[in-house]
Design a protein around this ligand. Structure first.
Ligand code: ZN
Length: 723
């Protein structure tokens, strides 16, 4: 399930990649180039910088009470210098390369940089200011260069390669072997194996791709901001909920309209409710088309040339690296392994989903006829008549759920679930420094009372926080040089309490809380030697599995009864509401699945190309969608011109990963349903074989150890009502 604009809900890159790349990812997501702000007053503060001192705090957490935004840049630069010196020492070692003096030494290098950059990434996202933003954009190129200097250091790669060539004679443990393989792979995937000429071309390609990605993002922002739909007749708002009407009125004022009117934009929280509730068909059409044509208007902000060039360069780069296509290159490092496996999965879900979406179309068409409209159902009609069908079938008002989902009650719900499954205990700590007074910090204990880790929870939206929800590890578990226990964070954008009213969150937000806590458990249960293989450092199409699986529990009546009580009366959630939640779970899933999978196919179509000839995106997309038999009333969740996940985010040839992880989570949850929801033995096996293993084994191997077989697709089809 996607969380936030670019779904950045987890940092999951390899450790010394992470040091350099998460900053760039965070910077890209924040659209830093577009943020002005005064130039940061960055002092050259190296002495008296708490980031560079020993952290004399409970559990060695960062001393947030003493860290100022100015401290990050100089400290991170010290961290880079330190690592460069450490790398130089590895290369200068007169002894032959060994696992210890090269692979482990590399793993140890950059300790200071790693320690500080994860804290910086978290704080910049969760409580950033002009200085942290400026720091992030200043650092992005410096860190990219620093990373290149490591992975393209020929003498260093020679040593890594020397160890790798003797890998079968070294008597390594399974985890050591994995570290060696992953380290070697990281160098090779960055181009270390290439000739000087090829490396030079690779650097050119990477630089051009980075700037194309930036252009794509800027064009998309311009196209999105350029559009507005101004409503002046209240009747055109239909049954739009009062809170959204108020938001639209604010938006109109913000845009300088002095009338009694309401402005709607192409941002999803604005467009979807309008399409759902407005009876004005012409207005729905204008908004829908405005959204769907972004980046494809043949104007200055058109994205077609940009994305065609991106696709072309990616094909050239993958050929340079010895792969058949960009998708082959990307997926060789994923659980899916190759495009054949991805297509196999997508095809199995596509046919049933398409069939169900055609039934849904018939229902909505009938509703439209009843409304007196004698025309073909269109894309801009779908959500409007879906809402009418939903009302007629389920009469289910999501607002009526809110009083049962007070944020601290939901938090206690996920804690209670963790106690039932794993025996964990939680204790609130108020002696631990935080980066914002809203934060809650908990010490987590094992069933036997021993310390497991620390979790920071930061629930509420505020100006200084980026959108969406995410988890971070601000200290990764390891035991290379003594036991290091994990420190993790969960971040959300829930409505803050105001006055006497507490923070009441929607069911979707409650799911998000369970989701992020699944990532937190993955980080905290890590039980490995090497930090770069710990916790959530697993492939992207696997890492969402431990989080998504938690969403299953949340909607089960037994779990709802653990925590969902009325915040004023204490009355437990009524059975009638539980029944409605259950009954509506499969509603509109044909549409939702089809729009998602269509986008996944589109991503694949661009990235399995093995020719470097430029495509013409409009025709290319049309024919890709005709090939799969997409119906006219549904468009892909993202069309080419605004598919930021794949053209300016990190999800190229990876968009399928969301549904891949969902197949696994549905099948894994089935293991509990086959025994009992809180079955201790299944939970222990899940912890041992999956949650504790980090990236020390392949996703497929871990899953087989847990389930005794490969994941099956039926539980997902069942859950979505597609069979
Ligand atoms: Zn997630």
């Amino acid at each position: 399930m996607e969380r936030g604009p670019l779904a950045r809900d987890i940092t999951q890159l390899n450790r010394y990649t992470m040091k350099t790349i998460t900053l760039a990812v965070a910077a890209a997501c924040l659209g830093l180039a577009a943020i002005g702000g005064q130039a940061a007053k960055v002092t050259d503060q190296v002495s008296n910088n708490p980031l560079l001192e020993e952290w004399d705090t409970p559990f060695g957490v960062p001393p947030f009470d003493r860290i100022e935004s100015e401290h990050y840049l100089p400290a991170l630069r010290v961290g880079m210098e330190e690592q460069s010196a450490e790398i130089e020492a590895i290369v200068a070692n007169p002894e032959d390369a060994t696992f210890e003096n090269t692979i482990e030494a590399l793993e140890r290098s950059g300790g200071t940089l790693a320690k500080i950059s994860v804290v910086f990434t978290e704080v910049d996202g969760a409580n950033g200011d002009d200085i942290t933003r400026e720091t992030a954009s200043t650092l992005a190129p410096e860190q990219a260069a620093h990373y290149d200097d490591i992975v393209l250091n020929a003498a260093l790669f020679d040593r890594v390669n020397a160890v790798y060539e003797r890998r079968d004679d070294l008597d390594l443990s399974a985890e050591q072997r994995r570290l060696l393989d992953e380290t070697y792979k990281q160098f090779v995937r960055a181009g270390a194996n290439l000739s000087d000429d090829a490396q030079a071309r690779l650097r050119e390609i990477n630089a051009e791709l980075a700037s194309l990605s930036q252009t794509f993002q800027e064009n998309l922002l311009a196209e999105t901001n350029d559009f507005e739909l101004l409503v002046t007749d209240e009747n055109d708002l239909g049954d739009l909920p009062a809170s959204l009407v108020a938001l639209a009125a604010d938006e109109a004022k913000r845009r300088g309209h002095e009338c009694e009117c309401w402005a709607f934009t192409l941002h999803r929280p604005s467009i979807n409710p309008f399409l759902q509730y407005s009876p004005n068909r012409e207005m729905r059409k204008s908004l829908f088309i405005g959204y769907a044509k972004r980046g494809d208007n043949d104007n200055d902000a058109d994205n077609k040339t940009t994305l065609a060039r991106t696709v072309q360069l990616r094909a050239e780069r993958s050929a340079l690296m010895g792969y058949k296509s960009h998708a082959h290159f990307v997926q060789s490092d994923a659980m899916a392994e190759n495009p054949d496996n991805v297509y196999k999965l997508l095809d199995q879900i596509w046919q049933p989903a398409l069939r169900v979406s055609k039934q849904e179309r018939a229902d909505r068409e009938e509703m439209m006829r009843a409304d007196g409209i004698d025309d073909q159902l269109r894309g801009w009609d779908w959500r409007y008549y879906t809402e009418k069908v939903r009302k007629a079938k389920y009469d289910f008002d999501e607002e009526s759920l809110l009083p049962y989902f007070e944020v601290n009650a939901v938090r206690d719900g996920v804690f209670a679930l963790s106690t039932k499954l794993f025996g964990l205990q939680f204790e609130r700590r108020t002696d631990i420094p935080t980066w914002h007074p809203d934060q809650q910090v908990f010490e987590v204990f094992e069933a036997d009372g021993s310390h497991l880790g620390i979790v920071y929870m930061d629930f509420f939206a505020r100006e200084s926080k980026q959108g969406g929800a995410w988890m971070n590890e601000i200290r990764t578990q390891s035991r290379l040089d003594g036991e290091v226990t994990p420190i993790v964070t969960n971040n959300f954008n829930f409505p803050a309490p105001s006055g006497d009213s507490p923070s009441l969150i929607s069911m979707t937000n409650a799911e998000t809380l369970f989701h992020e806590f699944g990532h937190a458990l993955h980080g905290m249960f890590s039980d490995v030697t090497y930090a770069s293989l710990a916790g959530t450092n697993t492939p992207r199409d696997f890492v969402e599995f431990p989080s998504q699986v938690m969403e299953n529990w949340m909607k089960e009546p037994e779990v709802l009864r653990l925590f969902a009580s009325h915040y004023e009366t204490g009355e437990p959630i009524p059975q009638e509401i539980i029944d409605k939640i259950k009954a509506s779970a499969k509603f509109d899933q044909g549409f939702k699945t089809v729009e998602f999978i269509a986008a996944a196919y589109l991503d694949m179509a661009y990235h399995v190309l093995d020719s470097t000839e430029a495509v013409e995106p409009r025709g290319f997309e049309n024919s890709a969608m005709t090939d799969i038999g997409l119906i006219d009333e549904i468009i892909p969740r993202y069309r080419s011109g605004y598919f930021a996940h794949i053209f300016s985010g990190g999800y190229s040839a990876s968009y399928y990963g969301y549904i891949w992880a969902e197949v696994i989570d549905a099948d894994a949850f089935q293991a509990f349903k086959e025994t009992s929801l809180f079955d201790a033995e299944t939970a222990a096996r899940y912890r041992t074989e999956i949650l504790s293993k980090g990236g020390t084994r392949s996703g497929a191997d871990m899953y087989r150890s847990f389930r005794g077989r490969d994941p099956q697709i039926e539980p997902l089809l069942d859950r979505r009502g597609l069979n």
